[in-house]
Design a protein around this ligand. Sequence first.
Ligand code: GDD
Ligand code: MG
Length: 342
Amino acid sequence: MEAIILAGGFGTRLRPLTYTRAKSLLPILNEPMINYIVRSLPKEVNKVILAVNYRKKQIEEFFETHDCGKEIIVNDEPTPLGTGGAVKFAENHLTGKFFVLNSDIIASLNLEEMISFHEKKNSASTISLWPVENVSEFGVADVKDDGNIVGFVEKPKQEDAPSNLINAGAYLLEPEILDYIEKGRLISMEKEIFPRIIRDTNRFFGFRFSGYWMDVGRMSSYIDVHKFLMKRKNLQNYIGKNCKIKGKLLDSCLGENVEIRKNTELNSTVVYNNSIIEDNVTIANSVIGENCFIETGSKIMNSVVGDKECIQPNSVLNNHLRWTQSIPNGYPKKQIGNVIGE
Ligand code: GDD
Ligand code: MG
């Protein structure tokens, strides 16, 4: 059985960190987020199709150097085809029912249980569902008590939403679903294909699960997921190899070879490999990229500093995305696929 992992997004909401790396390789507790998805795959899945385009080389390299025990196919879209187009583009590699998984989710979803549910319902298309308070940034399902989905709307206004149950970003699909997707164009699974399946079949089901679900595609949730996972591990901080720490840390995560000098305080902050934070610096609710140099006396709050940036002494950054280098060619100004209010 195959699983397609959708890993081709630009991750515009996580820039400037995604100017230099694929979104799905952004570390969570120092491990690429895509690895959490790969580890959650059940034994039935023997082949993983990575649907990639932007920064595909990095993703390919990661799997070349980290054996996950499954066959890996890197399926490179010539241009971004959207969540639906990417699935159609993987058609030749599929042999039966298959999973489609967003790569920016950390959840306790049990895919084995999802297969059982799908089979019991004789479903053509099963999507995982999770309840949230504010649905407007997600796809929302209109679900009957038996799990049958009779309506789906991507990023509705809160008042127009049919329920509080959102698409949690994991699908189990029968091959017949591929007939609903046209070849070779940018096409959104959520906006175009799901409504078509609902219209034409009554075999579209929602699978609810318990535990936790977090979307890590936004900066605030990216920091929150670190805190959440540290709490589960009973850790106050998470520290990579060879770090030198003289300052104070709370709810923070450091990559490898990070230096935190004296009288410096970090709170709810993630620092990537090889960065140096000089003395008398305060950082809160922020992410500092790789090979950064944060000079003495600086205050950084609710901000993101991209790789290889240097912050001058006594700087104040508040709600700031720091990037002084060139933006990669073709990187979009805003989210292109499943945009809110499009
Ligand atoms: N291969 C490929 N090609 N992958 C893509 C493309 C593309 O053109 N565009 C996006 N992706 C990948 C992203 O990397 C991500 O893993 C997944 O598809 C979903 O795209 P996002 O851009 O993250 O969508 P979203 O977060 O706004 O909304 C989606 O996720 C929500 C749950 O977090 C939708 O599926 C919503 O319905 C859902 O509620
Ligand atoms: Mg997302």
